[in-house]
Ligand binder design. Sequence first.
Ligand code: ADP
Length: 177
Amino acid sequence: MQVIHHGVTFETLQGDITAQPDCDAVVNAANAQLRSGGGVAGAIHRTAGPELERECAPLAPIRPGQAVITGAYKLPNKHVIHCLGPVYGRDKPAEQMLGNCYRNALQLADAQGLRSVAFPAISTGAFGYPLDEAASIAVGAAVETASGLKTVKLIRFVLFSTRDLQAHDRALQRVSE
Ligand code: ADP
């Protein structure tokens, strides 16, 4: 689905974060060491190639909620924005940390003059964040940040499964009511 808030288009779609060629940046659900791994981080590093890990190494470790930006190498984008989500049940306050991922990523993208950013559902895989709560936090933080953005005009949520897509659609519907 697609909705507009504060002049920014919010979009949800089912797909792969490494296959978003019309977005200036894709967000990585990173680990603290900014290395390859499972899930989103594995897919992003495999597609980007080994140069991405080389650029990441001096930027690590990052803290939960933090975001850093690099080149995208063999990905079809200009940049990758790496965010460390909270591990659910361990990193606290989890809600604030997860919201900070979206706020910080969007502010970094805007500071670089980027127009479009695609996010995966940070923390909802290996890090165990309950899906509906994570979707509300993600959408809420992105919509709230949008009012202060100058260049970012498209924020896309890329969800792997139908269930994930539906949770984000519901969250986007709630902020639109
Ligand atoms: P985290 O460690 O932050 O929980 P994960 O990468 O384990 O991050 O998972 C985050 C979400 O991204 C999960 O819903 C997972 O199914 C999904 N996912 C995994 N691979 C991809 C991909 N290539 N594109 C989009 N979403 C993905």
